[in-house]
Design a binder for this molecule. Structure first.
Ligand code: NAP
Length: 283
């Protein structure tokens, strides 16, 4: 890319996202000149937004709630990760207007957890709560590393199809075996919006006393510490929020748009954004 790169975030809602702050801080400190524009796109407006992207209004885009799975069928090509996950969170526009769909959520989750822990994500059974677009990316990254993954969802029959080849089983919240699966889990990933502002008072209906040793990762980072994370920490479990995943999926997206060499200063910019975040300071 030459000149000022124009990037978009397609979603509904997009107001909660911190991506613009991350990319613009990076650009100001050490990254390429860019403008990052959150764009409210409802499902019925998605095709029109993709046409504007093809026509060159933006050089690339991030995708968030609720379009990640819809987009997998609407781009021209998918990376292997996006194809296996059936979910897209990054679109790379080619010079000729073709659109490549990529998934950096899963790898961002993995790299963000490892970087924060200073060691690999614990081996053993992984339990993912929720079966949306983020859950698919995380399941793909874990499955690719040979991890056994189970998903808890309100719609297990649909999830069995959506997560085919990625998970060893899909349970509903009332399943009798959920307790023994939770007790055995080495990793629990909270991938529902329960607990995210403005529903901070909610948590997924998984009794925290069922978790005996799991690392708990809540993909939500607004609030900085969700009710579910508070409960996990009070029980003495190791627990991470969604910020490391956000930072690393964004760094990987920047690598796809600008080239890997360009993104060296990205983590420094992310640390600056984190240090001035009022949510973090009040947590
Ligand atoms: P999504 O596609 O809307 O999926 C969320 C899933 O949560 C739904 O598919 C649903 O699964 C489950 N769910 C929703 N409401 C529920 C309820 N009341 N009770 C039980 N389950 C419920 O959203 P997403 O894109 O996967 O995002 C999920 C969360 O992760 C959001 O809070 C988002 O902000 C966060 N996220 C964080 C990052 C990051 O970088 N940190 C990246 C992506 C997403 P079932 O219908 O199957 O039950």
């Amino acid at each position: 890319m030459t000149g000022i790169a124009r990037l978009a975030l397609f979603g509904h809602p997009v107001g909660h996202s911190r991506s613009a702050q991350l990319f613009e801080t990076w650009s100001a400190k050490s990254g390429p000149p860019l403008v990052y524009q959150p764009v409210e796109v409802r499902a019925e407006q998605l095709d029109a937004a993709l046409e504007r992207l093809r026509a060159g209004q933006w050089h690339g885009a991030n995708v968030t709630i609720p379009h990640k799975t819809l987009l997998a069928a609407r781009v021209d090509e998918l990376t292997p990760e996006a194809s296996r996950a059936g979910a897209v969170n990054v679109i790379v526009r080619g010079e000729d207007g073709t659109l490549l769909g990529a998934n950096t959520d899963g790898e961002g989750f993995w790299e963000g957890c490892c970087a924060t822990l200073g060691e690999p994500v614990p081996a053993g059974l992984a339990l993912i709560l929720g079966a949306g677009g983020a859950a698919r990316g995380v399941a793909e990254a874990l499955a690719r590393r040979g991890r056994e993954v189970r998903v808890v969802t309100r719609a297990p029959q649909r999830a069995v199809r959506d997560f085919a080849g990625l998970v060893a089983g899909c349970l509903d919240w009332e399943a009798p075996e959920l307790e023994s699966v939770a007790r055995a889990a080495a990793l629990v990933v909270q991938a529902t919006p329960l607990g995210m502002a403005p529903v901070e008072h909610l948590a997924p209906p998984l009794p925290i006393e069922w978790l005996e040793r799991a690392l708990v990762v809540d993909l939500v980072y607004r609030p900085w510490e969700t009710l579910f994370l508070r409960r996990a920490r009070a029980r003495g479990l190791r627990a991470l929020n969604g910020w490391p995943m956000l930072v690393h999926q964004a760094r990987l997206a920047a690598g796809l748009w600008f080239g890997i060499e360009a993104v060296r200063g990205f983590l420094e910019a992310a640390a600056e954004v984190e240090s001035r975040d009022p949510l973090r300071r009040s947590a």
